[in-house]
Write a protein that binds this ligand. Structure first.
Ligand code: PHE
Length: 450
């Protein structure tokens, strides 16, 4: 029997695009992108971010799904399959580890999102909403250890359950129905935010780059955010690519994923920054609480805002779940493929470990003063969500460009796309541009973080 059939394969090209976009689109777009843009001076970051997605993110994305489809394996197995008996499978192991650590705090934020859904339903945001109110509600919420831990636990639980039920039943169904609804809501909110009186200042902050502000930090964060948002550098897209049929066009598939992911992030900025400047009281550099403090303000300016608010946070929770699923899928696929565990065993154990690892993150936004002071969640996010993904992406580029070889990789791409028009450009980026850019950033990391 063909390995395709044993492991399961996406029902169609669209199914892959939807599932991969489901992985890509999540808190990275709506929580992390505005947070980092706000901290990094606005438009200049946005400009560099778009460049990073087009030049580097797309390169690595196409590379990962190519490795995945060629090997039809999880990240560890894929490297072992292509270069047996070498140390390259370490890149896969790094991905397994990174997935668990990212999930450990990502699920905490997803828990906040679920908590905000409940808050909208139970009337916390009724009546006139000011920045004082949103500030207070946020800090009360995130500093209650029990509340935060329960929501965090629920997210891990749902993720574990869906993953244990397998590829198709779990992932495909969710992404198909719900992404379009979320998209419409985001457009609606962006329109409302842009038309608020006083929104211009926010638009300037978001769209008019000041090139004198360009710095190593902005480059590092932009590249890191491109990897994070596109789910790159830890093998998620290798895993998802492993379920793509040989007939599908990898280039256009990757293009659609990168396009929709970037569109959603950019739209999120159009909601947050105009609102932030139109209703003063919250700083753009606010950090992890930014969108949770700003979004309720937009809803209060919308007829039926409570309903829209509840719906939005529900859909955002689901968007986050399609990402948490993809994070857990990497360690689980590894244990199932390489160690012959059942999906249920693998999902339960990794889910439990992730929960334990995430407890300090959950307590680091007010509940525990020490963890809050050292900004535990911020550091884990920086180390795993930025650095570790960058290291993974660097090795993936080197692997494709210099070890497996662009020629061999291109043969796989050409299976569903005989012309492969951008072959030369991709080869240049995967061999030189992307790895060199990432390497320089990593070498200077100490000076950059300072
Ligand atoms: N891309 C996801 C998001 O933007 C997060 C993620 C990162 C998922 C890495 C998988 C792997 O929310």
């Amino acid at each position: 029997m063909a390995p395709e059939r044993e492991r399961g394969v996406w029902g169609s090209k669209i199914a892959f695009i939807l599932a991969a976009s489901g992985s890509a689109i999540g808190l990275g777009n709506i929580w992390r992108f505005p947070m980092i843009t706000g901290k990094s001076g606005g438009a200049i970051f946005v400009f560099i971010y778009i460049l990073a997605v087009v030049l580097i993110g797309f390169t690595v994305l196409l590379g990962e799904i190519t490795i995945g489809r060629f090997s039809q394996k999880n990240p560890v197995g894929a490297f072992k399959f292509i270069k047996p008996g070498t140390k390259w499978s370490l890149v896969g192991y790094l991905g397994v580890l990174t997935g668990i650590f990212i999930l450990s705090y990502y699920a905490v934020i997803a828990g906040w999102t679920l908590g905000y859904f409940v808050k909208f339903l139970t009337g916390s945001f009724r009546g006139e909403i000011t920045t004082d109110i949103t500030n207070r509600i946020f800090s009360q919420f995130t500093s209650s250890p029990i509340t935060v831990l329960i929501y965090f636990f629920v997210i891990i639980g749902i993720t574990t359950y869906i993953i244990s039920r397998g590829v198709k039943g779990g992932i495909e169904r969710w992404s198909k129905i719900l992404m379009p609804v979320l998209f419409i809501l985001i457009i609606l909110l962006a329109i409302r935010a842009i038309t608020l009186p006083g929104a211009e200042k926010g638009l300037l902050f978001y769209l008019k780059p000041d090139f004198s502000k360009l710095s190593g930090k902005i480059l590092l964060f932009a590249i890191g955010q491109a990897f994070f948002s596109l789910s790159l550098g830890m093998g998620t897209m290798i895993t998802y690519g492993s379920y793509i049929s040989k007939r599908d066009n990898l280039v256009t598939s990757a293009g659609w994923v990168a396009f929709s992911d970037t569109l959603i992030a950019l739209l999120a900025g159009f909601i947050i920054f105009p609102t932030l400047f139109a209703i003063p009281g919250i700083s753009p550099g606010e950090g992890a609480g930014l969108v949770f403090k700003v979004l309720p303000l937009v809803f209060s300016k919308l007829p039926g805002g409570i309903i829209f608010g509840a719906l939005f946070f529900l859909l955002l929770t689901i968007a986050a779940l399609t990402s948490t699923i993809s994070l857990l899928e990497v360690p689980v696929a590894y244990l199932v493929d390489e160690k012959n565990w059942t999906r249920t065993q693998a999902a339960s154990l990794t889910g439990l470990i992730t929960f334990l690892l995430g407890i300090p993150s959950a307590l680091s936004t007010g509940a525990n003063s020490f963890l809050t002071k050292i900004n535990f969640l911020g550091w884990i996010d920086f180390l795993f969500g930025n650095i570790s993904l960058a290291i993974g992406a660097l090795f993936i580029c080197i692997f494709i460009g210099w070890i497996w070889g662009v020629k061999n990789a291109s043969k796989e791409v050409e299976k569903g796309n005989p012309q492969f028009k951008i072959k030369k450009l991709w080869a240049f980026s995967v061999r030189f541009l992307s790895p060199i850019a990432v390497l320089i950033i990593l070498i200077f990391i100490k000076t950059i973080v300072g």
